[in-house]
Design a protein around this ligand. Structure first.
Ligand code: NAG
Ligand code: NAG
Ligand code: NAG
Length: 192
């Protein structure tokens, strides 16, 4: 036979245990982040790489790699083509010749983003297809002032060998014709 005191004691004990169990269950339900060590992802020393290649923007013809996909009603009357949006899948080659070895492609969008000069918003990925970089990407998000001799755009990230990448790309015009623009790229990037 339980005394009144021991009954109350067991009731309190039971209540405490139930609440603690509930609190623990609740807590583990809500945890979705934790600290881990860089070595658990195989990250060792941060490296700086320099990549050099040529970018080919083919805007017309059967083999066009840059197509205008959108524009504003006022784009045609804008001196800077403000509002035009171009989707690209441009080849990247090791030499200025478009038929030289291809190292990857530039896939994404450039848009005419200034009402006063030719300044582009560039949002694209370098998708590499050669050697150890095959399948790895670098993401570019930046402003490209077309008339400058050197245009600089940030590298905001990457995938594959370029996980955790950050850096910048410098673009210099190499040659320019109505249908085919060649741009020389020097990319400097920190990665692991
Ligand atoms: C398109 O590409 C093919 C295959 O590379 C080539 O034979 C052809 O001459 C190109 N056409 C034009 C208009 O550049
Ligand atoms: C702009 O000009 C191009 C070429 O002349 C034409 O194909 C297009 O329909 C025009 N766009 C608008 C919105 O007027
Ligand atoms: C790159 O990777 C793809 C897919 O894994 C493969 O099909 C292709 O042959 C590789 N290219 C080179 C040059 O290694």
């Amino acid at each position: 036979m339980l005394t009144k005191q021991s009954y109350i004691f067991f009731l309190i004990l039971f209540t405490i245990i139930s609440f603690s169990a509930l609190a623990i269950a609740h807590q583990s339900d809500e945890v979705f982040s934790r600290y881990i060590s860089p070595s658990s992802l195989g990250l060792k020393r941060e490296k700086l790489s320099h990549l050099h290649f040529y970018f080919h923007d083919l805007v017309s013809g059967k083999n066009a790699t840059a197509v205008r996909v959108a524009e504003a009603p006022s784009t045609n009357s804008s001196s800077s083509s403000f509002g035009a949006v171009v989707m690209i899948d441009d080849p990247l080659t090791i030499k200025p010749d478009v038929n030289s070895k291809m190292v990857g492609r530039a896939q994404g969008i450039y848009a005419f983003a200034s009402q006063t000069d030719f300044s582009l918003l560039m949002v694209f990925n370098f998708v590499f297809t050669q050697g150890k970089y095959n399948g790895s990407t670098l993401s570019v998000l930046g402003r490209n002032k077309v008339v400058s001799t050197v245009r600089e755009m940030p590298i905001v990230g990457g995938s594959g060998l370029f996980r955790f990448a950050r850096g910048y790309a410098q673009a210099r015009p190499y040659s320019n014709s109505q249908a085919h623009t060649i741009v020389e790229y020097n990319v400097y990037v920190f990665h692991y």
